[in-house]
Design a protein around this ligand. Structure first.
Ligand code: MTE
Length: 304
């Protein structure tokens, strides 16, 4: 658990990826021997997660070299190769739409005074691969109330930077730029929804969506929009980039659902990056207990 903003973290304080693995082993042992109760409350959450053997961390080099970030190209290695051109300092976030306190905030002001916390989440891509990532971030639910959304705010829309000079992919018609994503207000306010600023205790690398990206662990990875410059409270469901690009293939909800196949491939299984064998995909990516209630009464085959 780190309680500093990434910008405040001195390089000597960064936990190298190998130490994460070792700490995890310690936490597992602690959980087995019931020592969890002795840990400070903040670490007990990590024990509960670490006790799940499904949460073996994906190596840093895979998380940062195998990416989807179409603003920098459509092959998995393009973002790591090309995202160096993205200038992330200074960075501003505009808050617009149905709220009492709209404005344009520096990233620091937008996040302040909330401390970053570590969340180990599975990321399940719609392409049926997955990773386990130790994110560093601030729950969106602690940030949004400050802008005082009104009763008309039913959805939150997120927009990525639009700057073809820095983002070569935007000079092509690959997608309808800028990249836009959205959540229903109750999804945005769910405690699992994270605005990430780092991973493995370091600042987010550009290819992973620096300096600010969304992480919605029970949804397919495309909902986790990168390099966010705008948040807008809307009354109607936002038009999202992948739903515009392929409405029959990518829905607004995009909840991880092994029972609803993508029209071109099955979603029953997934391959964890680095693993040889595929594993079963879990409903809501394993977070059903926390989020299934958000969709009570909805036909998730229709609202895919
Ligand atoms: N955000 C933007 N702006 N552009 C993108 O192309 N790709 C999405 C999502 N966020 C994407 C994006 C997809 S399809 C996935 S699977 C995740 O980012 C991948 O995140 P990662 O590269 O950190 O694993």
């Amino acid at each position: 658990m780190l309680i500093k903003q990434p910008a405040d973290i001195h390089p000597s304080e960064i936990t190298p990826p190998e130490l994460y693995a070792r700490r995890r082993e310690f936490l597992k042992t602690a959980a087995v021997f019931g020592a969890a109760a002795l840990l400070p409350p903040i670490m007990r959450g990590t024990v509960a997660q670490a006790a799940d053997d499904d949460l073996k961390l994906t190596p840093y080099k895979d998380i940062t070299a195998y990416n989807n970030f179409y603003e920098f190209g459509s092959s998995k290695s393009d973002p790591a190769e090309n995202a160096g051109s993205l200038k992330t300092k200074p960075w501003f976030v505009a808050v617009e739409g149905h709220c009492e306190k709209p404005g344009r905030y520096t990233l620091e002001d937008f996040l302040a005074p909330h401390p970053s916390e570590e969340r180990i989440y599975r990321l399940r891509c719609v392409e049926a691969w997955s990773m386990v990532v130790p994110w560093l971030g601030v729950p969106l639910s602690t940030i949004l109330p400050r802008f005082q959304p009104t009763a008309s705010a039913k959805y939150v829309e997120f927009t990525t930077l639009l700057d073809p000079a820095q983002m070569p992919g935007q000079r092509t018609r690959l997608l309808d730029w800028p990249y836009v994503e959205g959540l229903r207000m109750d999804e945005a306010m769910n405690p699992l929804t994270l605005l990430a600023t780092g991973l493995y205790g370091k600042e987010l690398p550009n290819q992973n969506g620096a300096p600010l990206r969304l992480v919605v662990p029970w949804k397919y990875g495309f909902k986790s929009i990168k390099s966010i410059v705008k948040i807008r409270f809307t009354e109607t469901q936002p038009k999202t980039t992948w739903a515009i690009s392929g409405p029959g293939e990518y829905g607004f909800y995009a909840n991880v659902n092994p029972a609803v196949d993508h029209p071109r491939w099955s979603q029953k299984k997934e391959r964890r990056v680095g693993d040889l064998f595929r594993r079963e995909t879990l409903p809501f990516n394993g977070y059903a207990e926390q989020v299934a209630g958000l969709y009570t009464g909805m036909d998730l085959k229709t609202f895919f």
